[in-house]
Design a protein around this ligand. Structure first.
Ligand SMILES: Cc1cc2nc3c(=O)[nH]c(=O)nc-3n(C[C@H](O)[C@H](O)[C@H](O)COP(=O)(O)OP(=O)(O)OC[C@H]3O[C@@H](n4cnc5c(N)ncnc54)[C@H](O)[C@@H]3O)c2cc1C
Length: 323
């Protein structure tokens, strides 16, 4: 049996929270199987981050410090992670299910001829094998995937577990790896233009999903409710993907993480990627015509029915109560 390798990610000069979640999964696997935990921290001038991660669940941290790792680029990341896999003797390699994780993890799996399980929300030991859980069909079903090969590479969905919060004794080992940028080169990061919406500061958010049906229904149905409550409007990803609202409105793992006093989710099914962004809200009201929608599992109050009827009625009730 080999070890576990966590491939940590750095964002805005810090180890991403999802890497501490990987540390929590790694602790679980280590406790069940006796594997040792190791990690890879890749970047430029990251010795301090590597040291911190070693003491926060990262175990033996292999650190690759190089200008070519200052910004994610697949060619250099791939080479550095391969070196970390070899140095760690890992047979379980964990990535976050993030854009760089999607990009590089399958390459590592192909190189190792390993099982590849993506977008997982949990992992457990079953007999001699690891069994990964992943949500399918927009969160309506949970699938369990047994890794039957000797080596497994998995990407874990951010928000699937609490980040590891303990302190551990770890160590940092410098990784000697020669990198090149012959095939792919980082050029620049472009930050999208902001429309000034900052949902992270809103006390009340009225969010709409695909069930809202059309762009104009946001201004016709949801904006009046948000205005009546003195709140802001939010959205699920399909709404943004369809171009109904700009990306600043998106709540979820690839949008904003919000913690308002009140979150109203209208026509949102409750996929894990959305829940990750809003489950910390103080009070959640869900409006959905499907009584089995997963959003009701996190809601404090639920209304089953057509949002086109419920939202205007709610708006009217709020306006009357305020008058
Ligand atoms: C890597 C990755 C990152 C992602 N990041 C995000 C993210 O940041 N944020 C995010 O939201 N998603 C994200 N997603 C997408 C996510 O998996 C779901 O697909 C998405 O959240 C579903 O959006 P939805 O609930 O609006 O749509 P659906 O899942 O299609 O749900 C629509 C809901 O509306 C209900 N409905 C339909 N009509 C009505 C009506 N008239 N009245 C009441 N209810 C109605 C339906 O019953 C259904 O429950 C991500 C996915 C991946 C793979």
């Amino acid at each position: 049996m080999g070890n576990i390798l966590i491939v940590a990610e750095i964002q805005a000069g810090r180890i991403r929270e999802s890497s501490f979640e990987l540390a929590a999964y790694a602790q679980k696997i280590a406790a069940a199987t006796g594997r040792e935990i190791t990690s890879a921290v890749l970047g430029k001038d990251v010795a301090g981050l590597a040291d911190g991660f070693a003491r926060k669940g990262g175990g033996k941290v292999f650190v690759a410090d190089d200008e070519l790792l200052a910004n994610y680029c697949v060619e250099s990341a791939n080479a550095a992670i391969r070196a970390a896999v070899e140095a760690s003797g890992a047979d379980v390699i964990l990535f976050s299910n993030t854009p760089s994780g999607w990009d590089v993890a399958p390459r590592i799996a192909a190189w190792l001829d390993a099982a590849y399980v993506s977008d997982c929300t949990d992992v457990a030991q079953d007999g001699n094998a690891l069994v990964f859980e992943r949500r399918i069909f927009n969160g309506k079903l949970d699938a369990k995937v047994r890794a039957v090969s000797d080596v497994v590479v998995a990407t874990m969905q951010p928000g699937g577990t609490e980040p590891f919060d303990g302190s551990t004794e770890g160590s940092v080992v410098k990784l000697d790896v020669s990198l090149s940028s012959d095939k792919a080169k980082f050029i620049e990061n472009k930050v999208a233009e902001s429309t000034g919406i900052d949902l992270s500061k809103a006390d009340i958010i009225v969010s709409g999903g695909r069930g809202v049906g059309a762009a104009e229904n946001f201004s016709k149905l949801l904006q009046p409710l948000a205005d009546a409550l003195g709140g802001a409007m939010g959205a699920s990803r399909p709404v943004v993907d369809a171009g109904w609202l700009p990306h600043e409105y998106q709540v979820g793992s690839s949008g904003q993480i919000v913690t308002p006093k009140l979150y109203i989710a209208a026509g949102i099914s409750g996929a894990i990627q959305h829940l990750v962004g809003m489950k910390g809200s103080n009070f959640i009201i869900a409006i959905n015509k499907d009584p089995d929608a997963p959003i009701f599992e996190v809601a404090d109050l639920g209304a089953v029915g057509d949002l086109a009827e419920i939202v205007p009625a709610l708006t009217k009730a709020v306006q009357q109560a305020k008058a």
